[in-house]
Design a protein around this ligand. Structure first.
Ligand code: DX5
Ligand code: ZN
Length: 216
């Protein structure tokens, strides 16, 4: 079954507890948590304390997406946050730090995801795909919810699927940005395993639970 990972970036923070209860009753398996540093992306969001609070009130797996310039420095903050998946950006690290970063995440007990922005070619990941648990393809420029899906990202999903098959690997393929019922269906047709969805589910006219269901 497709993994749905609702992004709390689009939550109504005034009603966070109610929204979290709805998420808990939904068929979503993960909760997506966007950490932005105002440097790697032109926006600032939230840190470990809010994640801890969310983690205390849900059994969903925490899917953390760090859009920060120095991901290695940020890891310690997330040590006691019950992180399931820690996804950082390929563009934020240099080639020498990639493997140490992956190792450190694993040593901290996290699964590791690597993410690429729309302008980054997926082939750059070739040599590290054997070491990661997930690849997150950005289908919008990271930084904000509610943007329009970039269909070019579908080719990256196909490439990742083919590479995974040809090399006997088992990383998950996830997509983030502009996912709704239509684009979510397309992504799944292109072998995507996990859909991040922010504005679509949180502003669904029939509510969060129905929004999640509509993606399955
Ligand atoms: C954007 C974030 C996304 C965002 C997606 O940089 O990484 O996770 O919440 O929001 P929607 O689904 O509204 O595009
Ligand atoms: Zn995200």
């Amino acid at each position: 079954m497709t993994i749905i990972s609702p992004s709390v970036l689009s939550a109504d923070f005034y009603n966070l507890s109610t929204q979290l209860e709805e998420l808990n009753r939904s068929e979503a398996q993960w909760i997506h948590y966007d950490v932005m540093d105002g440097h790697f992306v032109p926006n600032l969001t939230f840190g470990p304390d809010i994640l801890k609070t969310i983690g205390r009130h849900t059994d969903k797996l925490l899917d953390v997406h760090i859009m920060v310039s120095n991901p290695m420095q940020f890891l310690e903050y997330f040590r006691d946050c019950n992180v399931y998946m820690m996804t950082f950006h390929y563009e934020a690290v240099n080639d020498n730090t990639l493997i140490p970063m992956i190792r450190k995440c694993h040593a901290m007990g996290f699964k590791v995801g690597i993410s690429i922005k729309p302008n980054t070619k997926v082939e750059v990941l070739k040599d590290i795909l054997q070491f990661v648990d997930l690849v997150l393809v950005m289908s919008v420029e990271p930084g904000f919810g509610g943007q329009k899906f970039m269909p070019e990202s579908l080719d990256k999903l196909d490439w990742l699927h083919q590479f995974r098959q040809e090399n006997g690997l088992d990383y998950l393929i996830e997509i983030d940005g502009g996912i709704n019922q239509e684009t979510g269906k397309l992504a799944v047709e292109h072998h995507c395993d996990a859909l991040v969805t922010g504005s679509y589910v949180f502003r669904h006219p029939e509510g969060i639970i129905a929004g999640v269901k509509s993606l399955l």
